[in-house]
Ligand binder design. Structure first.
Ligand code: BGC
Length: 734
């Protein structure tokens, strides 16, 4: 029988009047989350403890490969991704979980008429290089979740972009551990500022969709710790998520949701993660193996082969294969986070969101994410006196493209006329997304209407571009041609290659030949190839920009806004430059690049990409001077940045360091506002883990002694200045 520790007994006896009257001493907010959880656990029956460990799919929808919802729950399901019934007797709220990779999701219209703010994708968030802004976006997600009665948000996503064709690259935060970890951490912190729990996912190495339910990601511990795991570690430190979702795939042989090394050793022992680990939908394969490896809660068990954490868990407790201590720990982790993040004290209430305020944040994020990749002859911003513009392609008369899968938002103003079937109905079962999700949804308002508002004196006409001759005619008869090109990505399948689908490359070639003043606007969920790049003077990457996208694009094209996005991923010249030119189809993927993901791989192989990580232009110019670096336990580096052009703009100064014999790593950045002619100092104190090698035999991070090259610049490949700094050898705990 569990006995309350002395401190808790004292708390019980000193609980305030109201609390004492209700008998709910755990509602005393002056106690720590752990103490409150202990008090509550002391009142729970074993069945009640077990109840919290087993979740339901939150909607009464039948998919091909999942078991039906039990009848007793059909009427209470909240119409969302996940549902764990609470315990009314003790005032434990239900956990009501929503996806949120691009806003509050409603992927298969499970809540008819619920339309949310479509936010830019995770990759767009990373392209802002602005964690403060990302955290405000997180607060929008948190509020829109609360206002729908949800208290668990299944977002920050941050699997590293190891394969450029990855289907979910758009949901994640790029290829670099520091940028991805900082971005996802900021998102989590913003979400949780609204008293809801955020769930970092998918831990770990869910870096491709092909075979995602079983593919075995093979990578040694050192390389793992220095790459994907480091990204998670940083995000956890910065965001303190209440929960972490373990991934579908295997890591070095064992399914991640029953991977003792990843869950027990790395997350819980080394990183001291106090929250709970919940499974991805259909990622559990056992009861005893999973629970003893560290899984705390089975989500939506109808997606699994059995209800592993229901009756079989009770049985395992009875026969002692899972200990009572472990059961207590599982329940404790959930309850302590529910207390820590405010789920007991600030229950969500259904109410209307301030959609105008949310739209303003969405638009600012979309604008800061837009990355200007090419601007020859200063064609952009377009002159305000332009008389005629041809808008071509990608349903720019309807909206901007969004990514698909469980993160799919049905945006404000959405109608089914804004969605188009993609690539036929058949979605490979290995990816496992249900049929209705094979739709490309365009978030209104339309770029066409935004451009008409921004250039009210110009004649602006649109063609879809299916008929290339018609597009060429329109381009020829217009001063400027703006072609919208898109690449649709979805959870559940990777893109077949990095080419724009359909006739888009031919369309861009033909239009650029007809009108040399052609601007390409990309709406993509990752890198694409640009065989036409030398023919077009200007390209902007708008990502999946959400409801604010159309206005943001028009503001950038018209120069009301100065673009400041920077690439969070490398754009290769060809797939042949990648560690895996095609996505691995077999049961095992060997990450031969190790921790040299993205730009580090390009440096190691001495390859020039089409556009490097960190790259992005502005309508003004910046210069870096006075780069300095001091050694010690780590590196402190500083520089001065000056706006040398004639427009105000946001400069992003990126600092990279190269340890002896290794590739360079992003070690920090500062994004700052500069008026023309203005200079500002910028500095960064480097997290020593970014400089270190993980010594797996001794279980420590090791910063080796020697000279470290430190550079500052505006992209990963062309430093503006460099200095060298000597460090002595040091060690850090994992
Ligand atoms: C996805 C998760 C998502 C869950 C619930 C899974 O298929 O991998 O990211 O949170 O579904 O919708």
């Amino acid at each position: 029988m569990w006995r309350a520790p002395a401190a808790i007994l004292i708390a019980l006896t000193t609980a305030t009047g109201a609390i004492a009257q209700t008998g709910r001493a755990w509602m005393d907010t002056s106690l720590s989350p752990d103490a409150r959880a202990d008090l509550l656990q002391a009142q729970m029956t074993p069945d009640e403890s077990l109840q919290l460990l087993h979740g339901y799919y939150g909607a009464n929808i039948t998919f091909l490969h999942v078991r039906p919802v039990p009848p007793e729950y059909r009427d209470v399901l909240p119409g969302t991704a996940g549902y764990v019934p609470g315990i009314a007797r003790l005032g434990i709220p239900d956990l009501i979980e929503t996806d949120a990779g691009e806003g509050i999701a409603n992927s298969v219209d499970m809540r008819p008429d619920d339309r949310a703010t479509a936010l830019p994708s995770g990759l767009a968030a990373a392209a802002t290089w602005n964690p403060e802004l990302v955290s405000r976006v997180g607060a929008v997600l948190g509020t829109e979740a609360c206002n729908r009665g949800f208290n668990v948000v299944l977002d920050g996503g941050l699997n590293l972009a190891r394969d450029a064709a990855g289907g979910r690259t758009f949901e994640y935060a790029g290829e670099d551990p520091l940028l991805a970890g900082t971005t996802a951490g900021a998102m989590v912190a913003g979400i949780q500022s609204q008293h809801v729990i955020s769930t970092l996912k998918h831990f770990a190495f869910n870096d491709q969709e092909t075979g995602r339910f079983y593919v075995d990601a093979r990578i040694g511990e050192s390389a793992a710790r220095e790459s994907d795991l480091l990204a998670f570690e940083i995000a956890i430190e910065k965001g303190k998520p209440g929960a972490i979702m373990c991934a579908y795939n295997r890591y070095n042989g064992a399914y991640v949701c029953e991977n003792d090394f990843l869950l027990n050793k790395v997350l819980k022992q080394d990183w001291k993660f106090p929250g709970w680990i919940l499974s991805d939908w259909g990622a559990v394969h056992s009861t005893v193996g999973a629970a003893n490896a560290g899984l705390d809660q089975e989500s939506a068990s109808r997606f699994d082969g059995a209800d592993f954490f229901a009756t079989p868990l009770r049985q395992a407790l009875a026969d002692g294969t899972i200990s009572e201590d472990r059961l207590r720990d599982m329940t404790h982790r959930i309850l302590r986070e529910m207390f820590a993040k405010g789920l007991f004290d600030y229950p969500p209430t259904k109410s209307a969101s301030d959609m105008a305020a949310d739209a303003a944040v969405a638009e600012q994020e979309a604008e800061e994410a837009i990355t200007l990749l090419k601007n020859e002859g200063g064609i952009l911003p377009l002159a305000s006196k332009v008389r005629s513009i041809a808008i071509i392609g990608s349903h720019a008369d309807l909206g901007v493209l969004s990514g698909a899968g469980s993160s799919q938002v049905l945006p404000l103003g959405y109608s089914s006329a804004d969605s188009f079937p993609v690539g036929g109905a058949a979605v490979p079962r290995t990816g496992g997304m249900p049929g209705p999700i094979g739709l490309a949804i365009y978030d209104p308002p339309s770029p066409l209407s935004a451009m008409r508002a921004a250039f009210s004196d110009a004649r602006i006409r649109f063609v879809e571009g299916e008929n290339i001759s018609e597009a060429v005619r329109l381009a020829r008869g217009s001063e400027i041609a703006v072609i919208f090109a898109h690449q649709w990505r979805t959870e559940g399948r990777d893109v077949p290659d990095l080419s724009l689908r359909g006739n888009q490359d031919a369309l861009i070639n033909a239009v650029a030949s007809a009108n040399p003043r052609t601007v390409v606007v990309l709406e993509t969920g990752g890198a694409v190839l640009m065989p036409w790049i030398s023919k077009v003077p200007a390209v902007i990457e708008a990502w999946y920009p959400g409801s604010g996208g159309a206005n943001a694009i028009a503001r950038v094209l018209s120069g009301v806004a100065n673009p400041s996005g920077r690439l969070p991923i490398t754009f290769p010249l060809s797939a042949a430059q990648l560690p895996r030119p095609v996505i691995v189809q077999s049961n095992e993927v060997n990450y031969i690049e190790g921790s040299d993901v993205g730009y580090k791989w390009f440096e190691r192989q001495n390859l020039q990409p089409l556009f490097p990580f960190g790259f992005g232009l502005s309508y003004t110019t910046f210069q870096i001077s006075d780069l300095q670096a001091q050694g010690g336990k780590s590196i402190t580096t500083s520089a001065t940045v000056t706006n040398t052009g004639s427009r105000a703009g946001l400069a992003t100064v990126e600092f990279y360091a190269t340890p002896p014999g290794a590739t360079k790593r992003l070690v920090g950045w500062k994004k700052i506002d500069l008026q023309p002619g203005e200079s500002k100092p910028v500095d960064v104190v480097v997290d020593p883990r970014l400089l270190a090698h993980f010594d797996e035999s001794n279980d420590v991070w090791r910063v080796q002694s020697g000279d470290y090259n430190v550079v500052a610049g505006f992209s990963s490949d062309k430093p503006s200045s460099s200095v060298s700094v000597a460090l002595a050898e040091s060690e850090l705990d994992p």
